[in-house]
Ligand binder design. Structure first.
Ligand SMILES: [Mg+2]
Length: 347
């Protein structure tokens, strides 16, 4: 198997603000694995919160060719070799996606079929990023009926988070969920969650900092289900998260790919914990990998490619609020045009 990769800059349709940062563009790494004249593709969307960047992912991929080996179907063995190298989960997820794309193309089946899964998962939420309450309400109103649920980014540290939700609630009947990205303290969280329950919010994602000792108490006392994201990366984290949350947010960029995500969903089920599927700012190539396993999840937040100015990898069908993976073999997406700038190649 031959490996090539390049770093690409994706422009966002509008600036995206969460509690930690504001972005107008994002860097990803595209991976190509060639075997028997067929190419499989995957995307790495590195999470800077975990010390990963496009440059660190690219450096990992520079050395990853021998780890992949000669048999793209030997996924368990390849993952065991990848696990010996620490970190760089996004780069590992890109390799995992490219391997699944390749295997699907070699046998002529879409990945969701190869995994024995249903094609359609739950509808994706649309992210309303952090802003003033009126501004968030305006942006929520603009969504209209295109999406069937909204995820509001909170964590303004200005005492206005509940007001943000109230403002949005006043302009839309859509189901709402909120993501605090670690910005509340325990007492504040218990109080705010109770207020959000009154506003019909369905669940609250990562209210406390990852590892916060108040997690178990919040789970006991919270008026709404608590989902964890920054607390939960791989299969090894799921058991502990079950003590502090009612659900986990699985993202391929954290798990290291589809294969680990399936294991996490299964493990969560065995612990009676809900499963959400999330994403980063990604093109359709990254979203296509997530969409393959969406049917395993209770909640889906796969809007990364819809937040871009243009999606260079069309193929995922956004139908009636659901991000439907293609019926074409592999991940079912194809590159329409090369990015104009910001790309560098490695082989
Ligand atoms: Mg989150």
């Amino acid at each position: 198997v031959e490996l090539a990769h390049r770093v690409v800059t994706l422009a966002l349709a509008e600036a995206f603000t969460i509690s930690r940062e504001t972005s107008t563009e994002t860097e990803v790494v595209w991976v190509e694995l060639r075997h028997d004249g067929v190419s499989g593709y995957g995307e790495a969307a590195p999470v800077d919160r975990y010390g990963e960047t496009a440059a660190s992912a690219a450096a990992f991929l520079d050395e990853a060719g021998e780890v992949v080996g000669d048999d793209p179907f030997a996924l368990e063995a390849i993952h065991a070799r990848l696990a010996e190298r620490p970190g760089e989960q996004a780069a590992k997820a890109a390799l995992d996606a490219a391997l699944h794309d390749l295997c699907g193309k070699l046998v002529g089946l879409p990945v969701w079929r190869l995994l024995g899964l249903r094609r359609a998962g739950p509808p994706t939420s649309w992210t309303v990023w952090l802003g003033d309450p009126e501004d968030m309400a305006r942006r929520a109103e603009r969504v209209g009926s295109r999406f069937r649920r909204l995820k509001l980014k909170l964590g303004g540290r200005d005492g206005l988070d509940v007001e943000r939700v109230r403002a949005v609630r006043s302009v839309t009947p859509l189901p709402l969920m909120v993501d605090v990205n670690e910005y509340w303290e325990l007492d504040e969280a218990i109080e705010n969650v109770a207020a959000l329950a009154e506003l019909g919010v369905e669940y609250v994602e990562q209210p406390l900092p990852a590892g916060d000792p108040g997690g178990a108490r919040l789970k006991r006392e919270a008026a709404l289900p608590i989902y964890v994201d920054e607390d939960c990366h791989t299969l090894a984290d799921v058991r502990e998260c079950a003590e502090r949350a009612h659900g986990i947010n699985v993202k391929l960029a954290k798990s290291g790919g589809i294969r680990e995500a399936v294991k996490m969903a299964t493990s969560a089920r065995s612990l009676g914990v809900g499963v959400m599927l999330g994403c980063m700012l990604e093109s359709g190539l990254g979203i296509a990998a997530g969409a393959q396993v969406a049917s395993l999840c209770d909640h889906v937040d796969l809007d990364g490619n819809l937040l871009l100015a243009e999606d260079p990898w069309p193929g995922v069908d956004f139908a009636d609020g659901v991000q439907l993976p293609s019926e074409e073999p592999g991940l079912g997406v194809a590159l329409v045009e090369s990015p104009v700038d910001g790309s560098s190649e490695g082989r």
